[in-house]
Ligand binder design. Structure first.
Ligand code: GLA
Ligand code: ZN
Length: 673
């Protein structure tokens, strides 16, 4: 959690370098009216703060900090290093990135620098130090926010050199690298690390070469961590008591966030759902964010109060939608509710992006009122759920290397190229979400013992030690579920020899002989032939494994094609537990029925029963339990709170038993006693 947080921070990105004094004063008044208690700045102000090398102009920020203090506004200070000044790019062109097409880019944009550039790092650390010297002990400072949305991949000569050193550290000798990358294929043998090139698109081979792409993405994660640490260590030195983070962009696949966030005091992320995104998918991403630091609360760093201008159609958020999304974030573990942006820009690419204060400049707008409502409710809620954890007994295994191996590096050769890891995993999450079963996302490094059910869809990469951990989990009584594509490769994307699914074969009691890819709209059927679902039909798609059950019991068979009547679903008893294998991508109704059964077997339930489309989560703090009830229906709906009694923190009312939640409304309930 954010160190010393005594309230839900409510506010967000503020860019007062665009405004005159009178506008800023008006903002102070409007912020108060909206219940805003935190501003994050100056994300993009490096050029203003350092007009020429080593010449700093902090007076305007000093005055602002005083003004914020006067108005009791807490501050998240951003190091402005996401957008280097033009003079810096001109004077030191090495800071500019080279893109995947091999083009040296010119100055402009933000997050447009080489994370490995020594000059960039030197200048970034210098301005971070200037900020730390001035503000590290400012009484209103509650947060350091380093740069913004890291994620630029660079292919410049500096990166190439560093990549070779990184590879040398990883593989030791060139012989080992040749072996691990299996360079014998297509005559790729190298005799010196200097012969290795970055995977640009200048060369079709490099573009798709699985091993080099996978390592490049790992290297970029490590390089970005260094770049973050380059500033964070300066800030930490001046005041270790201030929380330090950076925000994860929507393109979360680019950097291994399990690794990145180890270096941050708290996870922070930017939630910009597409208007068409299912609420379950939004919840899935929140749960993933909560999982990054093993279940710790996180920060909703950015969301748009209204439209997002970068989509083909800037759909307005519907009445009440921003409130629903805000509470959904908090229900899933966020301790903050922050927006991009507090005031709409006068010009530039984002001038029509939603903001709390629109171009109208006053508070008499639908969105301002909706935000002000959230602000006033959060004042009543106080610190009730800060730091609260979600008790979950189901874990979903998630792994960035697997994501990359499947989607990027191996997209050239998988049976089906139609693969979106997070979307496919989210189907498993949705089946649980729809029944309000709390779910944690867990890394392959996590301790599995706290879970009773571990779901590992598409567990393609079997990292060292992982299979043993899974065997132990099942042996001790856990239920384990995995699917087609599991266990096929090692950490370097090399096929595991012997029968599929490699090291998991004995645990699952099966052998997968071969895999058929289905066309985009092609379906097969699953007929349940054993166990509780016996007789049920479901449909499946994507791909179908031809499975031989050895020790495993067959629970379902395919309905069509030459492999009709052969197993598509199996279970094997191992030690005190069970290991399930799903050889295809089943439809949502199968996942719902099947995972519910597995939960029932383990007596894993939702915190409370509710009508469909009512989302319920629980967060537990040292001082009690908070239950979030989100009615996504546009009519009132019931939740069954049993004999438990609660105080509704928003209305102040006492609630218990069967309770009606108004249409498209939320309740934040504190358990009494
Ligand atoms: C990102 C950035 C912000 C802003 C928003 C717009 O998340 O961090 O600066 O550009 O997108 O949606
Ligand atoms: Zn570079």
């Amino acid at each position: 959690m954010i160190k010393h947080a005594d309230r839900v921070y409510f506010g967000g990105d503020y860019n007062p370098d665009q405004w005159d004094e009178a506008t800023i004063d008006e903002d102070m008044r409007l912020f108060k009216q909206a219940g805003i208690n935190l501003v994050v700045l100056p994300v993009f102000s490096w050029a203003k703060l350092e007009p020429e090398e080593n010449v700093y102009r902090f007076e305007w920020l000093d005055r602002l900090m005083d003004k914020f203090a006067e108005h009791d506004l807490k501050v998240g200070l951003a190091t402005p290093t996401t957008a280097q000044p033009a003079w810096l790019s001109k004077k030191y062109p090495e800071v500019l990135p080279v893109d995947k097409q091999g083009r040296k880019r010119t100055h402009g944009m933000r997050v447009f620098f080489c994370v490995n550039s020594p000059k960039y790092r030197e200048r970034a650390a210098a301005i971070a130090e200037q900020m730390a010297m001035r503000y590290a002990h400012h009484k209103n400072l509650v947060l350091w926010h380093v740069a913004n949305e890291y994620g630029t991949y660079c292919y410049c000569p500096t990166c190439e050199k560093k990549f070779r050193v990184w590879l040398k550290n990883r593989y030791g000798t060139i012989e080992n690298l040749n072996e691990q990358w299996h360079t014998a294929f297509w005559g790729r043998t190298v005799y010196d690390f200097d012969e290795i090139m970055l995977p640009t698109e200048l060369n079709d081979d490099n573009k798709y070469y699985p091993a080099v792409n996978l390592d490049y993405m790992r290297f970029m994660t490590d390089s970005t961590i260094e770049c973050f640490e380059n500033e964070a260590k300066v800030l930490r030195r001046y005041n270790p008591d201030i929380t330090i983070q950076t925000n994860i962009s929507g393109h979360i696949e680019k950097l291994d966030q399990f690794k990145m966030t180890k270096h941050m005091d708290i996870v922070a992320w930017d939630n910009y759902p597409k208007p068409t995104d299912d609420k379950a998918f939004v919840a899935c991403k929140h749960d993933l964010m909560r999982g990054l630091k093993g279940g710790e609360s996180f920060m909703l760093q950015e969301q748009s109060p209204n439209q997002q201008n970068w989509q083909p159609f800037s759909k307005l958020k519907r009445p009440g939608e921003v409130r629903m999304l805000s509470y959904q974030a908090m229900a899933h573990g966020s301790d903050t509710c922050l927006f991009f942006q507090l005031r709409q820009s006068k010009a530039g690419e984002e001038m029509y992006h939603g903001a709390v204060i629109s171009h109208a400049g006053h508070g008499n707008t639908r969105i301002f009122r909706e935000c002000a409502q959230i602000g006033s409710e959060l004042q009543k809620i106080g610190d009730a759920f800060i730091g609260g954890k979600t008790p979950a007994r189901v874990g979903i295994l998630f792994d960035w290397d697997t994501w990359w191996a499947l989607e990027y590096a191996a997209s050239y050769c998988l049976p089906s190229k139609n693969f979106n890891y997070i979307k496919k995993i989210s189907k498993y999450h949705k089946a649980l979400f729809d029944r309000n079963i709390p779910v944690d996302f867990v890394s392959v490094e996590a301790d599995f013992a706290k879970y009773d059910l571990l779901v590992a869809p598409y567990l393609y990469m079997m990292k060292e030690g992982l299979a043993e951990k899974i065997y132990e989990f099942v042996n001790n009584g856990g239920s384990f579920v995995t699917t087609t594509l599991a266990g096929l490769v090692d950490e370097n994307n090399k096929a595991v020899f012997g029968e599929y699914p490699g090291l998991l074969r004995d645990l699952l009691g099966i052998w997968v002989e071969e895999t058929d890819a289905l066309y985009q709209d092609e379906k097969n059927g699953m007929l349940m032939s054993g166990g509780m679902l016996s007789g049920n039909h479901y449909s499946c798609s994507f791909q179908c494994d031809r499975i031989h059950a050895r020790k495993a019991q067959v629970l379902g068979v395919y309905e069509k094609d030459f492999y009709a009547k052969t197993p598509c679903l199996t279970v094997n008893t191992y030690g005190k537990g069970k290991a399930y294998y799903i050889g295809t991508e089943p439809d949502g109704s199968f996942l719902s029925d099947f995972l519910s059964l597995l939960c029932e077997e383990k007596q894993i339930t939702a915190p409370y029963e509710a009508a469909p489309n009512v989302e319920i989560t629980k967060r537990v703090t040292d001082s009690g339990e908070i239950v979030f009830v989100l009615n996504h229906n546009h009519e009132p709906a019931k939740v069954q709170l049993r004999e438990d009694s609660f105080t509704d923190l928003i209305t102040g009312q006492q609630v218990t038993g069967s309770t009606s939640v108004p249409a498209y409304d939320v309740m934040v309930l504190k358990k009494n006693g």
